[in-house]
Write a protein that binds this ligand. Structure first.
Ligand code: GAP
Length: 447
């Protein structure tokens, strides 16, 4: 149970993404996909702890959305009618300008390398000659049915949002929601990114957590502001540091074809400030396009004012994998000796780990009883392998907020030691109050 008295050390954040990649592999958060075959570029698999963390991210988001009376859930198919992607503008406009180096074969997005390199056609990597930019559509194509012909082309959805727009009337009519109301969805999206990378930051297969909020035209900017605030508060509530988050407003040249206004919530990664989530005022672009392309009226009838209109849409669009990456990057701490993930308990894969001090039957039996109680309330684990110091370290690295140790004193006075991951401080508490005490500690974690 005892640990060397903590010597105050300088605590550092994550500087090198490779340190996180290796922790994730070693501890079972994230593995390279198809690794025994050499891996496949920009695809990753979530291991035992990764799925727990991801489930927590999704459940927190889902709860924040659907606990509200004005938001309904949806789970639309990944494969949609191909006309959806014509209406949405993706067939025509979801393109990146691709440039190749003829010498070193590096591939770039023309809008992501210095303009001078594009105009001089000089590779920023090796100085070799660059090709002219060519437009490359990011949607993955496949075929529906047995014949691979143009008429059978379908796309893997590049965003979940369109499934919501085409179901707007179904949800409105079946749920009897009135504008303003929202539809929330979590699901896979696929983009054939030219320059994926930075671990799970930009991948070709990922999950989105999107909510589309349908409002009366004229009230859109008010709702846009409300959702901007609600979304940044959601990230803060789960422990992401305020100093690492900021808003970035899209200027005129940056706005997507559908957007009247857009802000990104950005996070400061070791590789710079990058988008974590987008909040967009999409106006009536989506519903008017689907109305036009499908020939079906998608107007909303307001029974109070007897008006008929196409609602405007405020979208909040977060990457689930990217939120998970932010949770890991933000939580990573290293003090020269010890590495730990300072994850908020709501995100941590295990909320508590129960440690019998030694593998002695009387300690194991007591420990099992405590574990049985704790796991009724929290996702917890028990660990009796190796020295207690090693076990603490193992759980520090996977972000378990609290360790509960059962020793010989426990047998005589029914108290256990709880150890705090971040401070390594230890307290002796009555064993019978363990669940209640954990509840209190987690409830006041950020306070
Ligand atoms: N419906 C709007 C939309 O899809 P987006 O800005 O293209 O907007 C929203 O994507 C979010 O999805 C991003 O903020 C990011 O978190 C996530 N995302 C987008 N492309 C991604 C990729 N290739 N890999 C991982 N996450 C991605």
């Amino acid at each position: 149970m005892s640990e060397a008295t903590p010597v105050p050390r300088e605590v550092k954040d994550l500087k090198d993404m490779n340190d996180l990649v290796s922790l994730c592999k070693r501890r079972g958060f994230v593995f390279p996909s198809s690794e025994i075959y050499g891996g496949i570029n920009a695809c990753w698999d979530y291991g035992p702890l990764g799925v727990e963390l991801k489930r927590n991210v999704k459940e927190l988001w889902w709860k924040a959305m659907t606990d509200r009376e004005d938001i309904e859930g949806l789970d639309a198919a990944i494969l949609m009618h191909p006309r959806v992607w014509e209406a949405s503008g993706h067939v025509e406009g979801f393109v990146d300008p691709l440039i190749d180096c003829k010498k070193c074969k590096s591939r770039f997005r023309a809008d992501k390398i210095p303009a001078g390199a594009v105009s001089s056609k000089k590779c920023p990597e090796c100085g070799g000659e660059l090709t002219e930019p060519r437009q490359f559509n990011l949607m993955f194509k496949t075929f529906m049915g047995p014949v691979e012909e143009d008429a059978a082309v379908v796309y893997l959805r590049p965003e979940t949002a369109q499934g919501i727009y085409v179901n707007f009337l179904n949800v409105h009519q079946s749920s009897r929601q009135k504008v303003p109301f929202g539809i929330a969805q979590i699901g896979k999206a696929f983009r054939n990114e030219i320059t994926p990378g930075n671990f799970i930051f930009r991948t070709r297969e990922f999950e989105q957590m999107e909510m589309q909020y349908f409002v009366k035209p004229g009230t859109d900017m008010e709702w846009f502001e409300k959702w901007k605030q609600a979304r940044i508060e959601w990230h803060l509530a789960h422990g992401i540091r305020r100093s690492k988050l900021r808003f970035h407003e899209h200027g005129k040249g940056e706005l997507a074809h559908y957007a009247r206004a857009a802000f990104d919530i950005e996070y400061e990664f070791p590789f710079g400030w990058q988008e974590l989530e987008g909040i967009h005022n999409r106006g009536d672009f989506d519903l008017s396009r689907h109305q036009k392309f499908s020939g079906k009226k998608l107007e909303y009838f307001d029974e109070d004012s007897k008006e008929r209109f196409l609602p405007y849409i405020i979208e909040t669009s977060a990457g689930c994998d990217r939120s998970l990456l932010v949770a890991l990057v933000d939580a990573y701490r290293f003090d020269g000796e010890r590495t730990w993930l300072s994850l908020h308990p709501s995100l941590a894969p295990y909320k508590a780990a129960i440690f019998p001090l030694m593998k002695k039957p009387e300690l194991l039996e007591y420990s099992d009883r405590i574990f049985g109680e704790v796991k009724k309330r929290f996702h917890a684990t028990t660990d009796s392998a190796g020295s207690i110091g090693k076990r603490y370290r193992r759980h520090d690295e996977i972000g378990t907020p609290i360790g509960v140790t059962i020793d010989y004193d426990t047998l005589s006075n029914h108290t256990v030691t709880i150890r705090h991951r971040d401070s390594m401080a230890q307290e002796r508490i009555p064993a019978q109050n363990i669940v209640q005490i954990l509840e209190q500690k987690f409830a006041s974690w950020n306070a």
